[in-house]
Design a protein around this ligand. Structure first.
Ligand SMILES: [Zn+2]
Length: 409
C-alpha cells in the first residue's frame, strides 16, 4: 500500500479529532512492547498522557518480576461509590515483519484511512480511546460522580501471571473498589457490534496410558496403544458433535472446543511401549456442566480398561458470566447508551481468555467491548489494522459510556 500524507486524510476531520488520532498513531508507533519487555517507552508515554489529562499516575508491581501495572485515576465527586474500571493491556503478540505489507510498528495510514500496526486492534487503540474520551469529557467540563480508573497491564498475552492475575490479589487492587469494568472486545466485520459477557474455561488434560510392553510381533492384551485409541476415539467423537453444533449455527463461544495437541511415547518400531500419552486443549463454555464433563473423562478412562493416569497442565475453575439482565444496572446503562446510538448489539461468549476472567471470578461485572464495526477481525494477524474514522467514532462512544456509567446511582 502507498503511504499517504496524513494531512490529506486528516483534513476531513476536526482539529480535536486530529489531535486524538495523532495520539493513537503516536502510541502505535512508539510502543513496541513484546516478550522481551521493552516497556520503558510505553510507561513513559502513559505518564505523559496522565500529565496532559492532569490525572494521578501510579505504577504497581504485583510480583517480583516487577512488570509495571499502570493506573491513571479520574476522581469522582463521590469517591466512596464503587468505581468504573477501563482496562487494557500494553503487551502485544510477536510479529513476522516480512509477511506484513506495512512496517508493523510504524502506524502507516493508507488511502482508505487504515492504520496498520501490531496492537491496533488488540488492544492499544482501546486504551488510547479511553484516554481520548476522558480528554473530551474534560474539555466539556464534565465531572464524574463515580471515580474512574484506567488500568494498563503488562502481560495479558502471556497469561497475566505478573499482571491482572496477581494484581487482583493485592490490597492495592482492592483499594480501587471496582464496581464495573470495560475491557477488550473484538471489532465486528458486520453492522452489529459484538460484546462479551463471559468466556470459556481452559482445561488441558494429559492422559498417560500404561500397558503390557513386549515384542512388536506379538498380540498381548492391555497394550498402551489400545487404551490410547479408546481415549482418543471418545474425545474425537465428542469433538465431532461440537463441530456439528457449530455447523448448525451455534456460536463457537457456546460449544466445547476439543483439540488433540500433543502425543508422545514409544522407543522403537518393533517394541510395544509401556507408556503412551496424549494431551488435549479443551475450552468449556460457561453454559456447559463442567462437573459432568469431568465425570465423563473419568468414565472413559474406566471403560478403556487401561491403566491411565490423568493430569492437567491447566484446569481452570468455572468463572461466572456477567449478568446481562435487569439485575445488573451497569449492563442496563451500557445497553441504553448503545441503543440510543442505534447500535445493534450481539452478546457473545469469548472463545479465548482475557483478564476479565480474574475480575468476574471476584464477581466484578465486566464487559468486553470494541465499538468498531465493518472491520475485519485481525487480532494476532499480519497487517492488523483499524480504520481511522471508526477509531474517532469509538472515542465518542466511550465518552458517552463513561459519562453515563459514572453518573449511575
Ligand atoms: Zn488482547
Amino acid at each position: 500500500m502507498e503511504k499517504r500524507s496524513d494531512t490529506n486524510f486528516l483534513s476531513v476531520t476536526t482539529s480535536v479529532t486530529v489531535n486524538e488520532l495523532h495520539s493513537v498513531v503516536r502510541t502505535l508507533i512508539s510502543i513496541e512492547f513484546m516478550d522481551d519487555y521493552f516497556l520503558g517507552p510505553c510507561v513513559d508515554f502513559l505518564r505523559e498522557q496522565a500529565k496532559s489529562l492532569n490525572l494521578p499516575f501510579v505504577i504497581h508491581y504485583a510480583t517480583d518480576a516487577r512488570k509495571p501495572i499502570v493506573v491513571l485515576t479520574w476522581m469522582g465527586s463521590e469517591p466512596e461509590l464503587p468505581t468504573i474500571l477501563l482496562n487494557s493491556h500494553m503487551d502485544v503478540v510477536p510479529v513476522y515483519p516480512e509477511t506484513w505489507t506495512h512496517p508493523p510498528f510504524a502506524a502507516e495510514i493508507d488511502d482508505d484511512g487504515r492504520i496498520f500496526a501490531r496492537g491496533s486492534q488488540d488492544m492499544k487503540s482501546l486504551g488510547m480511546a479511553y484516554l481520548a474520551a476522558i480528554g473530551r469529557l474534560q474539555r466539556n467540563n464534565f465531572h464524574p460522580r463515580r471515580t474512574i480508573h484506567i488500568l494498563f497491564v503488562p502481560d495479558e498475552e502471556t497469561g497475566s501471571v505478573d499482571g491482572m492475575k496477581a494484581f487482583v490479589k493485592t490490597p492495592e487492587f482492592q483499594a480501587l473498589n471496582i464496581g464495573f469494568a470495560l475491557d477488550e472486545g473484538h471489532v465486528s466485520p458486520a453492522e452489529n457490534y459484538i460484546f462479551f459477557y463471559g468466556e470459556k474455561t481452559i482445561w488441558q488434560p494429559t492422559f498417560t496410558i500404561h500397558g503390557h510392553p513386549g515384542h512388536g510381533s506379538l498380540l498381548f492384551e492391555h497394550t498402551a496403544g489400545e487404551g490410547f485409541s479408546y481415549i482418543v476415539e471418545k474425545l474425537m467423537h465428542r469433538r465431532q458433535n461440537e463441530v456439528e453444533k457449530v455447523k448448525r449455527g451455534q456460536p463457537i463461544g457456546n460449544v466445547t472446543s476439543i483439540n488433540l495437541t500433543k502425543v508422545s511415547g514409544g522407543i522403537q518400531t518393533n517394541v510395544i511401549p509401556e507408556e503412551l500419552s496424549v494431551t488435549f486443549d479443551i475450552r468449556l463454555p460457561p453454559t456447559a456442566d463442567h462437573e459432568a464433563f469431568n465425570r465423563l473423562l473419568e468414565q472413559w478412562i474406566r471403560e478403556s480398561g487401561a491403566n491411565v493416569s490423568l493430569t492437567f497442565e491447566q484446569k481452570e475453575d468455572k468463572v461466572p458470566v456477567t449478568p446481562i439482565d435487569d439485575s445488573n444496572p451497569f449492563w442496563m446503562t451500557f445497553r441504553d447508551v448503545l441503543t440510543n446510538l442505534n447500535f445493534t448489539l450481539e452478546p457473545q461468549i469469548l472463545a479465548g481468555g482475557t483478564d476479565m476472567r480474574f475480575l468476574r471470578a471476584l464477581r466484578i461485572p465486566a464487559l468486553g467491548f470494541n465499538p468498531m464495526n465493518h472491520t475485519p477481525l485481525l487480532l494476532h494477524a499480519d497487517d492488523e489494522f483499524i480504520y481511522a474514522d471508526k477509531y474517532i467514532k469509538a472515542i465518542g462512544v466511550f465518552s458517552r459510556l463513561i459519562e453515563k456509567l459514572t453518573e449511575l446511582n
